[in-house]
Ligand binder design. Structure first.
Ligand code: OSB
Ligand code: MG
Length: 368
């Protein structure tokens, strides 16, 4: 594509209900949307940072700063470029993977729309819909959690993930297992534990979980390997997998037997596909994680999750799981427990410009 500029916006999207993890509670999703302005039309991307550096070191203002001062100017300095050239343009800049991923997606979308090719086709989607799991935040108490999970199961979600934290782990998991029998169930700790908590984490073995997601810190690869030796439940890494290199290292160390792939966390959809390929070659199952994406990232995630190595249901839920109204005109819906992979050019979704303007709290344009 021939790049003329980028538009970045900070959005505030109200959530349908508060979302609580081990690192905090959110009631409004603050997110950055990127528009690539090209000679052949627009492309859209999403930077999945949160308002504060609680999930990873990146956050809204760090991404805004690096994207506007370094990343967008570097791409614009190239003028014409193909999507696969974006990572090499970004390579001199250390880290800031979520910011890079959002800009890359906007370029990919612009190029694919210009070619009339879908994201699913570009990434290598093998199916036209993906099984949908749901990530359920920590609730007031185990009874409230059972209520919330029951609601999602009634909607048709095929796999439940509950957020856990110290003091809200074994009893919450037991309550859900007890209430819903054999339902596919997993837990996500978002780094809230240390190896001092091995007994608590081993107690989760009683509940036949699909996996325990990111119990320890982002850089605790060796500790995760120690933990994996001591518990029967498969250990899955999320925060620790910041690149294909990190994924390879984690597998070499036996720190994980399952990997959650998030394009934002690893610097883009192209790097995400590389992790997928590496895991397929190693016989390691992967699934597609989420970051409360708007319809932009959600469409891209559905395409990614349709690759053949994604053998576990991901956190690719309907837009309505988080939002009353989406910024795309055809939000992802749940059909028979699945979300459809869009087939139109690029992301295959159109932006609801009036609603986008309504939820925009900051906007900037960077021109060539
Ligand atoms: O750890 O998977 C996570 C949301 C924000 C930050 C981190 C995580 C999550 C979720 C929600 O679990 C996944 C989704 O978008 O549905
Ligand atoms: Mg997670």
């Amino acid at each position: 594509v021939s790049l003329d500029g980028f538009e970045l916006r900070v959005l505030h999207l109200p959530l349908v209900s508060p979302f609580t993890t081990s690192f905090g509670t959110e009631t409004v999703r603050e997110v950055i949307v990127v528009r690539a302005l090209t000679a052949d039309g627009d492309g859209w991307g999403e930077i999945v940072t949160g308002a504060a550096p609680l999930y990873s070191s990146e956050y809204t203002q760090s991404a805004w700063d690096v994207a506007t001062r370094f990343l967008a100017p570097a791409l614009l300095g190239r003028g014409r470029l193909a999507p696969h050239e974006v990572p090499s343009v970004f390579a001199p800049f250390i880290g800031h993977r979520m910011a890079k991923a959002g800009l890359e997606l906007a370029v990919v979308d612009a190029a694919l729309r210009a070619d009339g090719r879908s994201m699913g086709d570009y990434l290598g989607a093998a199916v036209d819909r993906v099984p949908s799991g749901v990530s359920v935040g920590v609730q007031r108490d185990p009874a409230a959690l059972v209520d919330a999970v029951g609601g999602y199961l009634a909607e048709g979600y095929l796999r439940i993930k509950i957020k856990i934290k110290p003091g809200r782990d074994v009893a919450d998991t037991a309550a859900v297992r007890e209430a819903f029998g054999e339902v596919p169930l997993q837990v996500d700790a978002n780094s809230a534990y240390t190896l001092a908590d091995i007994d608590t984490l081993a107690a989760l073995d009683a509940f036949d979980l699909l996996l325990i997601e990111q119990p320890l810190q982002e850089d605790d690869l060796v500790d995760h390997a120690v933990l994996a030796e001591r518990v029967d439940t498969p250990i899955c890494l999320d925060e620790s997998i910041v690149s294909a290199k990190a994924a390879g290292d984690a597998l070499a160390l036996a720190a994980a037997s399952v990997i959650n792939i998030k394009a934002g966390r690893v610097g883009g959809y192209l790097e995400a596909v590389r992790i997928h390929d590496l895991c397929v070659a190693a016989g390691v199952p992967v699934w597609c994680g989420g970051m409360l994406e708007t319809g932009i990232g959600r469409a891209a995630n559905a395409a990614l999750a349709a690759l053949p190595g994604f053998t576990l249901p991901g956190d690719v839920s309907a837009a309505s799981r988080f939002y009353h109204r989406d910024i795309v005109t055809e939000p992802a819906v749940l059909e028979d427990g699945h979300v459809r992979v869009p087939t139109g050019p690029g992301l295959g979704v159109d932006i609801d410009r009036a609603f986008l303007d309504e939820v925009t709290v900051e906007r900037v344009e960077i021109r060539r």
